[in-house]
Write a protein that binds this ligand. Sequence first.
Ligand code: IGM
Length: 444
Amino acid sequence: MNLTLHEIGRAVGAINDFEKFNDTKINKLEFDSRKIEEGDIFLPLKGARDGHDFIGTAFRKGAGVAFTEAPIKGWPFLQVADCKVALQSLAHYYLKKQKPDVIAITGSNGKTTTKDMTAAVLSSHFKTYKTQGNYNNEIGLPYTILSMPDDTEKLVLEMGMDRPGEIDFLSELAEPKIALITLIGESHLEFFGSRREIARGKMGITKGLLRENLLIAPADPIIDEFIPEGQKLVRFGVSDEDIYITKLIEHKDHLTFETNFLDKAVTIPVPGKFNATNAMLAAYVGRLEKVPEDKIHKALSEVELTRNRTEWLKSSIGADILSDVYNANPTAMKLILETFQSFEANSGGRKLVVLADMLELGEKSPEMHASIAEVIQADKLDQIFLYGPMMKYLAERLPEALYFTNFEELSSAVQANLKPKDQILLKASNGMGLSKLVERLTEK
Ligand code: IGM
């Protein structure tokens, strides 16, 4: 990170005498103590546990300095009123200092794909960095900014909308040069009430956008009332819009399309009409940023899409699967359980949950697994499947849950139990192999 401790202290308004720590080496910033390396700054957040309890661990792992809300003894620290706010102010300061062009992307569907494709196009010509995984919220986005390499020219940021007003905040933090909305869909209706409120939420992306900077948005009249006076705007749609697809040929594993603004046809290595729109948007951003057209075509033809960390899938029998099986920490597990429990069940359907171990949690691992019980609302779930040595500690707190130590037994029980109208959540660390179960549930 291209920052000195002195600069960081000033940027976040640290209230202790941090000048005396000025020879402390700065590497990168982490809030998960498992990721700490020599010279890192540890930033304790209040997740499932209070990160302040892990400050000692972070220093033993080599942290050079820690943020803290209360003074600590024996180690360099930066005392702030609120560590989350400090993370956000530091990210804002770092953006102003490094000045990459920010491309902000939101939308109900396709934002991750559009982000990946846009970053692929831009990285063919510029030093480009993008949001990793689901780091798209008020913690993930500032973390992404602070993780970008020193020489980043283009920064592609995904903005998620977990609650109303969140995108306004993220946009003001990131001050995009280009803001892109992929689609105003129906997801999150349970929090937002109506499509109009979803549109209002997404259009928050213009809050940090200068009028002379560009908004790219769907030709969907629902957003019209939220377009700021004098906003520079490009709209995309089926035809007769500023940008659109003129011809599309779908193949089994790839597709080809033409647009009203590129000379040649684009080929992408993924099927699905939605992906053509996403690729068109990425190509358009490439054109705006003066990426030569041949590089745009090459980048899109080779694009690699990151598997969504959290994704809704359809099982082979028609059940809805909420899969998040690549990464786990206690905070994320509690958050996704709360979200899943807040959903209305499909009519005539049940709600099932499969939880497997969170890895690398150290000696406190049993307690942390058991603590997941705090967010479980038995009346909102019909069946809970637990799997793995650590989940035994959660099973002890949840007598109604089915507990498995063997993957094949878990797999058979879930497959035998799942019915077409059900919703099922699967959550675990990657190492637990639940992606195998997701595969079995979805394979035709
Ligand atoms: O939901 S998140 O995963 N996320 C982050 C990025 O953007 C999208 C959302 C998330 C959030 Cl929002 C907040 C926090 Cl604080 C994750 C975290 C988080 O990393 N939480 C973690 C813990 C909690 N609670 S990481 C972590 C713990 C690792 N820690 C245990 C507790 C390891 C450890 C175990 C035993 C020890 O003695 C020391 C450390």
